[in-house]
Design a protein around this ligand. Sequence first.
Ligand code: HEC
Ligand code: HEC
Ligand code: HEC
Ligand code: HEC
Ligand code: HEC
Length: 230
Amino acid sequence: MPGLFPRWMNVLPTLGALGAVGGGTLAIGGVWYYFTPEFWEVGYMPVQPGQGFNHQIHAGKLGMDCRYCHSHVEESRHANVPTVKTCYGCHEEGKLQRVEEKTAFVREAYETNTSIPWRKIHKLPDYAQFSHQPHIAAGVSCFSCHGQIKGMPVVAQAEPLSMGWCLDCHRNPENNLVPTDKVTDLIWVEEWLSTPLDERRDEAHSDMSPEALLDSLRRDPPQHCGACHY
Ligand code: HEC
Ligand code: HEC
Ligand code: HEC
Ligand code: HEC
Ligand code: HEC
């Protein structure tokens, strides 16, 4: 099925090809291009503690909704990472014996009342303001900013998070808007976003033409400096 592979993987062959060119202006051009801030953090994938956390299994195979764990994403600036209690609910001793060994670090953290030191992947500089809440409310899916998380055994940064990237969408948001009840349905969203604008249909809005649907989703994101910088 298309879309089960994280989008950042597409960048890898290009990087490989650039490496193979070796010497000369082409390689210098390539280095300059990729090491410009817009690109340097795509693919960032730190090693996580314990056996890590696998989104492909939990959000993909088991179909858990993002908000089960990232429960504040709709109402606050930050999407929280779940506490060890959330994990323990399923990984208490004796509950899921098949993965008991791999989840020992969960019980250890729970029993010693410590948190698992997850390493942060997405990070904006302090001078840039970003909040999840208005984006989710406007129908911007996690997919547009974090890629196909349901296909990621290990989360990697899929988008540059640069100012140019924010503004690209703010100038032309239509292509990234989905019905708000679909924002966390990342497989559905990937298919929706790869369908041409004038052909997008949604069962819940089957009485609307694609144009009327698009119109109902239309938003006007800010482009003035003060919106993102104080
Ligand atoms: C069972 C709990 C759980 C579910 C369900 C879940 N996540 Fe996560 N998520 C985590 C944990 C734990 C981390 C921290 C470890 C890591 O980065 O892998 C995390 C990390 C992330 C990160 C990286 C955060 C950073 O450090 O920048 C993103 C993005 C993310 N999740 C998005 C999603 C999306 C989108 C969904 C739904 C498709 C989802 N998650 C479903 C538990 C969950
Ligand atoms: C419009 C882009 C955008 C959308 C949509 C979006 N995120 Fe994020 N996300 C970001 C950015 C940017 C950061 C880094 C924020 C920072 O450093 O202040 C981030 C950070 C995170 C983090 C790390 C904790 C934090 O808040 O810093 C998690 C977890 C996360 N996102 C999960 C999600 C989930 C789940 C969804 C969908 C329900 C989602 N995001 C939708 C852009 C987005
Ligand atoms: C709703 C129940 C549920 C929750 C909540 C949950 N898990 Fe799991 N987890 C499972 C199931 C079921 C499996 C076994 C999947 C399979 O059959 O492969 C699993 C597998 C795992 C594995 C083994 C993965 C592998 O590579 O085979 C690890 C590690 C793990 N979970 C960590 C966590 C962590 C950390 C959290 C909290 C952020 C968490 N889980 C939350 C149900 C859950
Ligand atoms: C994929 C599209 C997309 C991306 C990427 C995106 N935004 Fe937005 N942004 C929107 C939409 C849509 C709105 C909502 C406009 C509305 O509700 O009228 C919005 C609204 C905002 C607002 C106004 C919030 C409010 O309270 O009204 C700010 C500030 C903002 N975005 C900052 C950012 C920053 C910073 C980034 C980059 C880190 C970013 N956005 C990336 C689509 C996007
Ligand atoms: C939609 C949100 C948004 C708007 C609007 C915006 N910026 Fe930014 N800006 C950002 C983000 C996010 C970064 C951090 C980029 C990074 O980490 O590389 C940034 C970075 C910067 C930087 C640091 C240098 C750089 O390019 O990385 C400057 C200077 C800056 N912005 C000035 C401005 C000015 C002037 C305006 C108005 C014309 C503006 N910004 C409008 C989001 C925005």
